[in-house]
Design a binder for this molecule. Sequence first.
Ligand SMILES: [Cu+2]
Length: 126
Amino acid sequence: MVGRLTATFAGLVAVAVMGFGVADLRGEGEGDSRTVDVVVEAEMWQFTPKVIRAKVGDRVRLEMRTKDMPHGFELRSHDVSVLALPGRAAHAEFVVDRAGGFEFYCTFDCGRPHGLMTGMLVVDER
Ligand SMILES: [Cu+2]
């Protein structure tokens, strides 16, 4: 568990330092009812982007695709759990109601480093 958290943190630092891998959110509307579309691509053993950013009150429309094999996307903090298959994207929609960092991870046993297949939803106050 500690190892996984450390790996996640290291990933976040790498993303922050290198300046890429952060979701490009295309928002619709302003105020407190913004809807943001997020596309996450999975492959062994990573999510791209690894960090999704949103603001409190946003409705997130997630499309998750996989390049190579089935991969899961679970964001337990927001009751989201989907499975994408090659050629068949998975979709989820949820509202981010609180600020913080929330880990998501793959739920499909896709190989030995599967435990490293994580990412982070970062929700900022608006
Ligand atoms: Cu996996």
